[in-house]
Each structure stands twice: as structure tokens, then as C-alpha cells.
Write a protein that binds this ligand. Structure first.
Ligand SMILES: *Cc1c(COP(=O)(O)O)cnc(C)c1O
Length: 587
């Protein structure tokens, strides 16, 4: 039956009308707020920036992280030490008067929120609420619960997750927000489902929750999983769950099937309570379905926020030739027609900016004409930062053939990740051993937002060497593409979708072991990358144009947020239901 409603469609008209609440343990909100550690937080921030640009009714919840993640220091031997990054919330945020409490172990902990208003390009605001337990009346321990991102042990983590998930839901009520979709960005926020269930049963005992109560919660929740690495999924022992969450909640979670191998699994909890779940690249969706075969898991491939990651010189060029790109990122496809000389000039400016940062930070003067590779990301072992050094003699020969080769590294290892720290030491040792007149290798300290932007825009080729299939998506190569910088990468994560050989970059072919994949990496440098770099520069400019046109126009968070809106937040099935309910109401 066709609908006869004359009212224009609005999201607010949905059943239980309201907005989306987006929950993430880390969000890169502002370059000077140390509230993120890496790709997950940057993705969350880019999601919110696009939601603000697109006018999506959405509010975000995270923890304040008063002492940040950490500032990285590297000594000459590559030994990493960490320093806290205290910051002043009042410099960026407004304190909300609301106070709520959560129960942790046998304590009642009071929580407040600081609001940061993220404004989109047409003035739409996405508020970010940063939860904070540093309040008089809380014990010294509890006051520190929102200090450290990914700090402490699993007891600390589970208590933080209570503040984020359960505290967040209660804060939504205290703030008077009207929310009809709860998006869990990774499993850290999965306990929000418990708070919703408790509120569904009127705060009464969870044992009384019926199937219909659970279905009511499921109708509101969506979930994105972000890693195929089992250790990346939060798990807690039964003893911890009983002690920290309480016996009744733990029993309920056990009954619902949220335990695997005797551990409370936050991914399972989120999946159990979500009407929609997704992975973050086509292959990652597939791997996630294999990990959790009893659930339906869709895919929405990640993106990056174009205006955040495109360098100023490239933005100026785009504004001049394709001004519509800001309004509609599909127009980035027209980069295919940019004048070659301007593409080269814009990139040269971005490269100069990067090299002057290298000079001032590392005291190393590099050659702006020399082929420059970038490799920067968390120093996790599966990313294999040292694969490039598998055959040092071959690498040196490539450097000579290229008339000079420069490799820029950066990345932090989690403070408790000893193998990751060993990788950094190894890269720095190799850099000292191999660097000569033709080959320069520099490890830059304290990889974060600003340095990431300079690197992805300023290098000539972005390199990525993960061990398959552990890279869920990866986003730094998308930032490079947004600047026309091609990738040379293992076919894992987003690159399976993004690689068009010789057009957006090059694939390192799958091998049986590290040695074989390193061979393919060298072969691609020798046979494709170096010859093209030494060819007349217009040919390199054409590669940059096709990279920006094909991959900038697709791997952006505007496209991604639109997909979340239509597939996860307000899918057609829900919109249909909204229409039917409206008709019934009108009748
Ligand atoms: C984009 C970004 C990442 C993610 O990099 P991947 O290569 O996708 O893992 C990590 N850290 C920072 C600071 C970033 O800006």
C-alpha cells in the first residue's frame, strides 16, 4: 500500500524517534587532545567529522583519558620509553552539570561528562561526551579510571568498560538525549547492552528479563568489529566478571552465550545484542563470519575524512579545478583530468613540508628529489616493519639504481608489547647499519595525527607489509591515496579492494613465507616503482591522478557514513516499519 504521508522524511520520525549514540574507547577528536592511540581512534574521529559534515543526528561517547595514551621517546639504540600526556579538558571542552553513578565491584562510582562540539562544514554539530571519574567522593583508584587509554591490566580495562558502556547509557538519560540507535565501535563498549537491558526491565533483576526485553534491546544496537587478531578481542575471566560486574549479571551473560573458552568475550556480547553487525573491509567481513559463524556479519569498508587528510597544497589545487569535491566526494573522480604539472607541484610542496619536519625533529637533511618511501603505523608484529630489511644487499642495490632511496619510519609500540618494542630497536639498528650515501633510513619519534598527515601526504610511495589476514582494513594507505600517493602493499585489508596494479599502486604478491614476500617487495621496487620514478615525471603524475581519482572518491568516510546510515542505523526495513507505524497512527 503506498504511503500517503505528506510529511517530508526525517530520521526523527522513526519509531522511538531520536538520534544515534556512537560509542568508542578512543576517538581522535583534535590533534592536541591525546584521546586516541591509532587507527581505531582516527577512524572514529573521521566518522564523526563526516557525520557532522553530512548532518547526521549523532552524539558520541568515549572516556576522557586525562593522561592520554603516551608520548614516545626513543634513545639512539631504539629503546622506547613512555611519558604520560596530561592535558587540560577545560581548554577544549565544556563540563556538563549532569552526574551519574555506576557500580563497580562493591563500590558506587560517580561519573561526569565533558562535551566537545565537533562542527561540520555546514554548521551541524556532533557533540562528543568524554566521561570522567576524577571527582571528589570517588576513591583515589576510581578517580584514575578514566586516566589511561589502554593502560593497566584487565581489571582496570573491565572497570573502564563499565564506565564507558554502562556509564554512557546512564549519561544519555541524564542529559535528556533521545537515542534510538546505539553503535558499538569495537567490543570495548559492549556493556552498554547490559545497561539497556537493565533499563528495559525497569532496573529490576536481570534474571527477570524476557526474550521480548532482549529483542527490544537488540532492535536498538549495532556493532562494528575491527580486528581478526584473537588477542584484539577483549576477554575477561569468570572470576573477574563476577567480582567486578556482579554475580547476577555474569550469570545472565553466561546464559546468553557470551562466554567462549571459559572467558567473557566482549565481541560475542556485542554480537548477541545487535540487530546488525559489520566488519571493516570485504575480506575482514569474511574472516569475521568464519570467527563467529553463528552470526550474520555484513561489511562496510572503512574510509578517511578527506578534508582532514588531504594536504593543504592538494586541497588548494582541488579547490581551483574541482571545487565541487568538498560538497560531494564522488567528484574526486575528476582528479583524473588535473594538469600533470600541478599535481607534481602540489606533491613537491607536501614533500618539502615533510622533509623540513624531518630536519627539525631528527636533524637529518634529506633530498627532495630522491624516491621516498613511508612506513608508519603501530609497531605490532603482524605488520612486519622489518620485512624491507630481509635482504639488505638487494635493498642497497635498489637504492643505487634509484639514484638515492629514502625510507621514513614511525610508530609506537604498546608499553606492554615487548616484541613490538624489539621491532622498533631492530629497525633503528638496521637504519644505522645500512644507511649510506644512496640509502637513508630515518625512524621518527612519536607517531601521531600531525606526523601521520605529513607522512602520508609527503612521501612518494606508502608501504604496508602486514601478514595476511591480520590487517582488518588499514587506513593510512587511504590517507596517502587522498593525496595521490600510491601504495605498495600486501593484498590484505582494504588494499584487496583498492589496488589496481600500476594505476593506484602495486601489490606485493602472496608468498609461502616472509622471504618470498620480501622477494616480491624487492621485485616490485626494481621492476615497477623505481623505473616509473626515473621516467619522465608526467608519468608519475598520471599515477598520482589515477590514485586520487579511483581511491579518494571511494575510500572516504562520507561514503562510509552514508553506508552506515542506510545499512546499519536506518535500514530500509526499519524505514518501511516506520512508514507502516505512521500510517497506523494516522488512521
Ligand atoms: C591513520 C593512522 C593509523 C592507522 O594506520 P594503519 O596503517 O592503517 O594501521 C595509526 N596511527 C595514526 C596516528 C594514524 O593517523
Amino acid at each position: 500500500m503506498p504511503t500517503t504521508s505528506s510529511k517530508p522524511f526525517s530520521y526523527e520520525a522513526l519509531p522511538g524517534s531520536g538520534q544515534v549514540a556512537y560509542f568508542s574507547m578512543e576517538i581522535a577528536i583534535h590533534p592536541s587532545m591525546p584521546t586516541y592511540s591509532g587507527g581505531l581512534g582516527v577512524l572514529a574521529g573521521d566518522t564523526l567529522r563526516s557525520a557532522a559534515d553530512l548532518g547526521i543526528p549523532l552524539a558520541a561517547f568515549t572516556l576522557l583519558h586525562r593522561k592520554g595514551y603516551f608520548q614516545q621517546h626513543l634513545d639512539p639504540d631504539g629503546v622506547q620509553t613512555e611519558e604520560v600526556q596530561p592535558w587540560n579538558p577545560a581548554d577544549f571542552c565544556t563540563e556538563e552539570p549532569a552526574r551519574i553513578t555506576v557500580s563497580i565491584e562493591d563500590r558506587v562510582v560517580t561519573v561526569r561528562a565533558w562535551r566537545y562540539d565537533l562542527e561540520g562544514r555546514f554548521g551541524h554539530v556532533v557533540p562528543v561526551y568524554l566521561l570522567d571519574t576524577d571527582l571528589d567522593g570517588n576513591s583515589g583508584w576510581d578517580r584514575g579510571l578514566t586516566d589511561h587509554l589502554y593502560g593497566g591490566d584487565t581489571n582496570y580495562r573491565l572497570q573502564q568498560e563499565i564506565v564507558l558502556g554502562m556509564g554512557g547509557v546512564r549519561m544519555i538519560h541524564a542529559l535528556g538525549l533521545n537515542v534510538n540507535v546505539y553503535h558499538m565501535n569495537e567490543g570495548h563498549a559492549a556493556l552498554l547492552t547490559l545497561a539497556l537491558l537493565e533499563s528495559q526491565v525497569g532496573g529490576g533483576p536481570l534474571g527477570a528479563a524476557t526474550k521480548a526485553d532482549i529483542e527490544q534491546v537488540r532492535r536498538k544496537c549495532v556493532f562494528t568489529t575491527h580486528t581478526p587478531v584473537p588477542a584484539g578481542h577483549d576477554r575477561f575471566s569468570t572470576e573477574q566478571a563476577i567480582r567486578i560486574l556482579g554475580g547476577e549479571r555474569t550469570a545472565r551473560l553466561e546464559k546468553l552465550g557470551c562466554f567462549r573458552d571459559g572467558l567473557l568475550n566482549m565481541t560475542l556480547l556485542a554480537l548477541c545484542f545487535s540487530r546488525y553487525a559489520n566488519g571493516v573491509a570485504l575480506q575482514h567481513g569474511k574472516v569475521s563470519r568464519q570467527m563467529f559463524p553463528e552470526f550474520t556479519i555484513d561489511t562496510i569498508t572503512n574510509g578517511v575524512h578527506a578534508a582532514t587528510w588531504m594536504s593543504a597544497p592538494v586541497q588548494r589545487m582541488m579547490d581551483e579545478h574541482i571545487p565541487a569535491w568538498r560538497r560531494d566526494h564522488l567528484c574526486l573522480r575528476n582528479a583524473i583530468e588535473l594538469p600533470e604539472s600541478e599535481v607534481l607541484a602540489a606533491h613537491a610542496r607536501a614533500k618539502d613540508e615533510l622533509l623540513s619536519e624531518v630536519a627539525s625533529c631528527a636533524g637529518v637533511v634529506l633530498n627532495p628529489k630522491a624516491l621516498t618511501l613511508g612506513f608508519a603505523r603501530r609497531a605490532a608484529t603482524y605488520k612486519r616493519a622489518t620485512l624491507l630489511f630481509t635482504d639488505p644487499e638487494r635493498l642497497k642495490k635498489i637504492a643505487v639504481a634509484a639514484g638515492g632511496l629514502q625510507i621514513l619510519y614511525a610508530g609506537k609500540a604498546h608499553p606492554q608489547d615487548e616484541p613490538g618494542k624489539a621491532l622498533i630497536r631492530q629497525v633503528i639498528e638496521e637504519a644505522a647499519r645500512l644507511s649510506n650515501d644512496a640509502l637513508r633510513i630515518v625512524y621518527l619519534e612519536n607517531y601521531a595525527w600531525d606526523l601521520g598527515a605529513l607522512l602520508t601526504a609527503g612521501v612518494d610511495v606508502w608501504v604496508n607489509t602486514p601478514r595476511r589476514p591480520y590487517e582488518a582494513s588499514g587506513t593510512s594507505g587511504m590517507k596517502a591515496a587522498m593525496n595521490g600517493v600510491p601504495s605498495l602493499s600486501i593484498l590484505d585489508g582494504w588494499w584487496i579492494e583498492g589496488c589496481i596494479e600500476g594505476v593506484t599502486g602495486w601489490a606485493i604478491e602472496d608468498g609461502a613465507n616472509d622471504q618470498e614476500e620480501a622477494n616480491s617487495l624487492y621485485a616490485k621496487l626494481e621492476s615497477a616503482v623505481v623505473p616509473l620514478y626515473l621516467a619522465p615525471p608526467e608519468r608519475w603524475a598520471r599515477l598520482m591522478r589515477t590514485t586520487l581519482a579511483f581511491n579518494g572518491s571511494y575510500f572516504n568516510t562520507n561514503r562510509m557514513v552514508k553506508q552506515y546510515t542506510r545499512s546499519a542505523y536506518y535500514p530500509v526495513s526499519l524505514l518501511e516499519r516506520a512508514k507502516v507505524e505512521e500510517e497506523v497512527y494516522v488512521d
